[in-house]
Structures are given as C-alpha cells and as structure tokens.
Design a protein around this ligand. Structure first.
Ligand SMILES: Cc1cc2nc3c(=O)[nH]c(=O)nc-3n(C[C@H](O)[C@H](O)[C@H](O)COP(=O)(O)OP(=O)(O)OC[C@H]3O[C@@H](n4cnc5c(N)ncnc54)[C@H](O)[C@@H]3O)c2cc1C
Ligand code: FES
Length: 260
C-alpha cells in the first residue's frame, strides 16, 4: 500500500559534505522493502516553487521512525534544509515494484558510491535480520563525504563495511571497484547490490560482466511523478525489448537486463 500523507519531522540536520539527515515519524512505512523510495515535497502548502516532489531512498526504519539522507544540489534539496523539527512534511511512499532480492543468494556484496550508500543501508539491516552473509563497500572522493559513517557505527556495521576514499583520506585509498573482483569471487552464490553515481555503477557492471556475477542496480534517474504517470524516467530493458519506468517497474533492475 502506498501512503500519501504528512508526517512529523523529528530531526532535519546537516551532517557533512553536502549531506543532510531527515528523520520523520511515519509508522505507515514500517514494512517498506529495501530499495523502496519516497517522493518528498520540500515546500510548505502555501509555497509553489519548487513544485515537484523529490525522490529519496528509504535509508533506515527504526520502529515508527524513518530516516532519509539527502545531498543538497538544487532548489528542491535546498528548500528541504529549511524544514524544521515539529513541522509536518508531505511524503508519498513506499514507491517502486522491484526491490533488492533479499533471499535469493547466500552472499551479498553491497556497493554504494557517495549518497548512493543510503540506497543500501536498509538492505544491510534486512540481510542482518535474515542471517545472510554480506560485505558493504562504501566509496567516496574525500573523507568529508563519508556522511553515513556514524550510521554505520551506530548500527554495528563497522566490521562489515570496507571504506574507500579516492584521495586516501580515510580507509582504503582508491576506487570502490579496487578489490571488487577478488571479493566477488571469494564465495559461491554471491551477488552484487549497487547504488550510486552512474559512472561508478558502469564500472561495477563492467567487472560484473567480466566475471559473470548476478548484479542488481538501484537506479536514480530524474523523476517528476514517481509513480508511473509522466513516463519521464524510462530505461530500456534489452532482455524483453521494451522500455520500463524506473519509478514504477524499478527502481531495482538486474544489471544484465537493461541498457546501461
Ligand atoms: C529512486 C531515487 C532515489 C534517490 N535517493 C536519494 C537519496 O537517498 N539521497 C539523495 O541525496 N538523493 C537521492 N536521489 C536523488 C535526488 O532525488 C536528487 O538529488 C534531487 O531530486 C535533486 O533535487 P534538487 O531540486 O535539489 O536539484 P535539481 O534542481 O533537480 O538539480 C540541480 C542541479 O543539481 C544536479 N543534480 C541533481 N541531483 C543530482 C545528483 N544526485 N547528483 C549530481 N548532480 C545532481 C542537476 O543536474 C542540476 O544541475 C534519488 C533519486 C531517485 C530517483
Ligand atoms: S517519474 Fe513519472 S513515470 Fe517515472
């Protein structure tokens, strides 16, 4: 069931780099699958600019509370930073139809680039609950972009996460794909779950194709409606020779099925 409601803001604060954290009280969204997203209206009722809602991954669910991590780029995300604790904010969620396969594999490697890590954090929790074996790779350019470090530590995932910085200012120096091939080939029945900037996802898919390992991408195309009406977010499914809407048929796709 999809809810279109106003939820109370419990916290909305700057973390580091470009990233902010938004925590809302939204008991309706408790059962959201890992990979689902929300369309959030940054503005107040009386404001019309920017008009469209913005898409954000459901990054964590803790009891009645739902967490989002967002990077500030343009008008929508900047406006979101003005919203205060105690206010109510319009959220349409949970959205999407295809999510991360949580049961299909024995071993998972989660590959999250920058704020794309927020698209995988709920999956980490769900895999832990299911007793699945997983390692998360978190890659950024510089240390200050590691805005989810506290979340990783607070949730006891430090030992499960390998951190890569391009300039070597934290963790392992280099790109997130540095050790990917070796890690992916370590155990039988392993799959990659990926979310991040397009360039990074392309690099991951290249490795995945070389070693022929199942790979799932959570895509973050520009979205206007978020629920299949505007046809603004399509991607070509080369396996079925048809176009699919990232917001409606996705946002998670088998990397080998789409033209990417
Ligand atoms: C399913 C889905 C899940 C998403 N989850 C998250 C999430 O959890 N956290 C998060 O921060 N973002 C997430 N995004 C991206 C987020 O929706 C956009 O960053 C946001 O809509 C930008 O809105 P804006 O009004 O601030 O920027 P706009 O005014 O729309 O854009 C301003 C400028 O910034 C550029 N820009 C916009 N977004 C990005 C970007 N992501 N990277 C680089 N440049 C950009 C634009 O090209 C433009 O030049 C998700 C997107 C989708 C589709
Ligand atoms: S955003 Fe409108 S159809 Fe996907």
């Amino acid at each position: 069931m999809i809810f279109d409601k106003k939820y109370e803001i419990l916290e909305n604060r700057y973390i580091s780099g470009r990233t902010w954290l938004l925590r809302v009280k939204a008991p309706d969204l408790k059962g959201s699958p890992a990979g689902a997203f929300a369309m959030i209206k940054p503005t107040y009722d009386t404001q019309f600019d920017p008009m469209m809602r913005r898409a954000f991954a459901i990054a964590d669910i803790d009891g009645d509370e739902v967490l989002f991590f967002y990077d500030v780029y343009g008008k929508g995300t900047e406006t979101l930073t003005y919203r205060k604790k105690g206010e109510f904010i319009e959220i349409l969620a949970p959205l999407g139809k295809r999510f991360f396969p949580e049961d299909k594999f024995d071993n998972y490697i989660l590959v999250g680039g920058g704020i794309g890590f927020a698209g995988l954090s709920l999956l980490m929790k769900r895999l832990k609950e299911k007793g699945k074996n997983f390692t998360a790779l978190y890659g950024v350019r510089r240390r200050e972009q590691l805005s989810m470090l506290d979340w990783i530590e607070e949730n006891g995932f430090k030992d499960k996460t390998l951190i890569y910085t391009e300039d070597g200012s934290y963790g392992i120096e280099g790109l997130i794909t540095k050790d990917l091939k070796e890690l992916a080939l370590e155990k039988e029945n392993t799959a990659l779950m990926v979310c991040g900037p397009k360039g990074m996802m392309k690099a991951v898919v290249k490795v995945a194709k070389e070693i022929n390992i199942p790979t799932y991408l959570s895509l973050e195309s520009k979205m206007a409606c978020g629920f299949g009406i505007c046809i603004g977010c399509v991607i070509k499914n080369v396996k079925e020779e048809k176009y699919e809407r990232v917001c409606y048929e996705g946002p998670v796709f088998d990397a080998f099925d789409i033209q990417f």
